[in-house]
Ligand binder design. Structure first.
Ligand code: ADE
Length: 382
C-alpha cells in the first residue's frame, strides 16, 4: 500500500491497513539504514540488557567501547554477579550515572540466585528486577524474546509525538497512553525488537530534536506534525527545566609521608561507592580553605594544613552543577576515621588507577599532571 498523500486523521493508526503500511515502511527503512552496532549482533539476553542499560544516558559512540570492554571483563551474568562492586564501578568509570552499574549487578545477583542465571523472558518478569524500568523491560523483552511491548525512550517519544501530533508532556499519562497504543498498533507479529529499534534509529538519525530531516523520513506522509505545523520540531513539548543549583565544592589532595588520602562516597547518594579526593560544599560566609578544613574534620576526623589551589574545574550533573576547587594539603594530626564516608585509604599514588573515581576528580588529576608534572613528586614534596 502506498503511503497516503495527506495524513488521514488523528486516528489513522486505528486503521489496520494504514498501520501495516506505516510498519512496512519503517521496517524496510531500518533494514536498509540500521547501524551495525555490536549489541545488534548478539542474541545473548545479558549482552542486550547491558547495552540497553548503558544506552539509557549515554551516546551510542561512547557506549560502544564501554560495552565491549565490559563484556570482556564480565563475559557472563555469573561473572558480573560474583565480581566485587569496586571492579564493576571501575569498568563503568567515566560513563556516569553509576547507580546503573550497581543496579545491574544487584539484578545479576537476583537472576543468578533465583532464576538459574537466565534473564526472565517476560516484560513483567524483567520489570521486577532492580534498575529495570518500563523502557528497559520493553526493549529487552522485544529484542531478545520477541514480545510486543513498545519501548518508549526519548527518541521514540519524539517520533511518536510528532507522528501523532501529541501536544501534552510526553512523560505524563495522557500522552504516554497514546504513544503506547500507537506503538502497539505498529508492532509486527514477529520481529518486535526490530520495530522498536527502527523507531529508536529514526529518532536518533532522522527525526532529530531541532532539525528533523523530514525529506529523508520513511514515514513523513503519516506525520501529523509535518502536515499540520509550520515547524514539527516544536514537538514534543518540553517541560520547562528548573534552574539547576550551582555549588562551590572543595577537595583536598592530602598527603602524608608519601601517601595520598582518598575516601569512598557513602551509599545511596550521588556517585555512591566511588572514590574521591575528600572535601565538600562551601557554606555561606566560609572561605574555600576553611570549607576544606571543616569538611575533612567532619568526614575523616583529621586536621590538615591547606596550601595552594591547584585546580578549578566546572562539572555538570543532571540536577546541579559544581565548581570544584582542588587544594594541595598536608596531614597535620588526628586519627583518620571514616565518619561521613564509607571508607578511606592512604595509598601509594601508583595504585590510584585501581579505584573508580568521578569525572571531576579525573579532571583535577589532569590539571595536576598537565605539562608532564608528576603526581608522585607532588605527593612526596615537603
Ligand atoms: N538506544 C537505546 N537502545 C538502542 C539500541 N538498541 N540501538 C541503538 N540505540 C539505542
Amino acid at each position: 500500500m502506498m503511503p497516503p498523500a495527506v495524513v488521514p486523521d488523528a486516528a489513522w493508526l486505528q486503521n489496520p491497513r494504514q498501520a501495516a503500511a506505516c510498519r512496512r515502511r519503517l521496517l524496510a527503512w531500518y533494514g536498509e539504514h540500521k547501524r551495525d552496532l555490536p549489541w545488534r549482533r548478539s542474541d545473548d539476553p545479558y549482552a542486550v540488557w547491558l547495552s540497553e542499560v548503558m544506552l539509557q544516558q549515554t551516546r551510542v559512540a561512547t557506549a560502544r567501547s564501554y560495552y565491549e570492554r565490559f563484556l570482556q571483563r564480565f563475559p557472563t551474568i555469573f561473572d558480573l554477579a560474583v565480581a566485587a562492586e569496586g571492579e564493576v564501578l571501575k569498568a563503568w568509570e567515566g560513563l556516569g550515572y553509576y547507580s546503573r552499574a550497581q543496579n545491574l549487578q544487584r539484578a545479576a545477583r537476583v537472576v543468578v540466585a533465583d532464576h538459574d542465571g537466565k534473564l526472565p523472558d517476560t516484560y513483567a518478569g524483567l520489570l521486577a528486577l532492580p534498575g529495570i524500568g518500563p523502557y528497559t523491560a520493553a526493549a529487552i523483552s522485544s529484542i531478545v524474546f520477541d514480545r510486543p511491548h513498545p519501548a518508549l525512550d526519548g527518541n521514540v517519544m519524539r517520533v511518536l509525538c510528532r507522528l501523532l501530533r501529541l501536544e501534552g508532556d510526553p512523560r505524563r499519562t495522557p500522552a504516554r497512553v497514546q504513544m503506547i497504543r500507537a506503538g502497539e498498533a505498529l508492532m509486527p507479529k514477529t520481529g518486535t525488537g526490530d520495530l522498536n529499534q527502527a523507531l529508536i534509529e529514526l529518532g536518533a538519525r532522522v527525526c532529530l530534536p531541532t532539525r528533523p530531516r523530514c525529506a529523508e523520513c520513511p514515514v513523513t506522509n503519516w506525520c501529523r506534525a509535518r502536515a499540520e505545523l509550520d515547524d514539527p520540531s516544536v514537538l514534543p513539548m518540553r517541560p520547562r527545566r528548573k534552574e539547576r543549583p550551582h555549588l562551590q565544592v572543595t577537595a583536598g589532595i592530602i598527603r602524608r609521608a608519601g601517601k595520598l588520602l582518598i575516601a569512598q562516597r557513602p551509599p545511596g547518594g550521588m556517585l555512591a561507592g566511588l572514590w574521591e579526593f575528600p572535601g565538600g560544599k562551601q557554606e555561606p560566609e566560609e572561605s574555600l580553605a576553611e570549607c576544606l578544613r571543616r569538611e575533612i574534620m567532619e568526614e575523616l576526623g583529621i586536621i590538615i594544613d591547606v596550601e595552594e589551589e591547584i585546580a578549578c574545574v566546572d562539572h555538570e550533573f543532571t540536577h546541579l552543577s559544581i565548581t570544584l576547587h582542588a587544594f594541595a594539603a598536608r596531614y597535620r594530626s588526628g586519627r583518620t576515621r571514616a565518619i561521613a564516608c564509607s571508607a578511606f585509604e592512604w595509598i601509594d599514588v601508583g595504585r590510584l588507577h585501581d579505584y573508580a573515581i568521578p569525572r571531576a576528580d579525573h579532571l583535577v588529576l589532569e590539571a595536576l599532571t598537565a605539562g608532564g608534572a608528576s603526581l608522585h613528586d607532588f605527593i612526596n614534596r615537603e
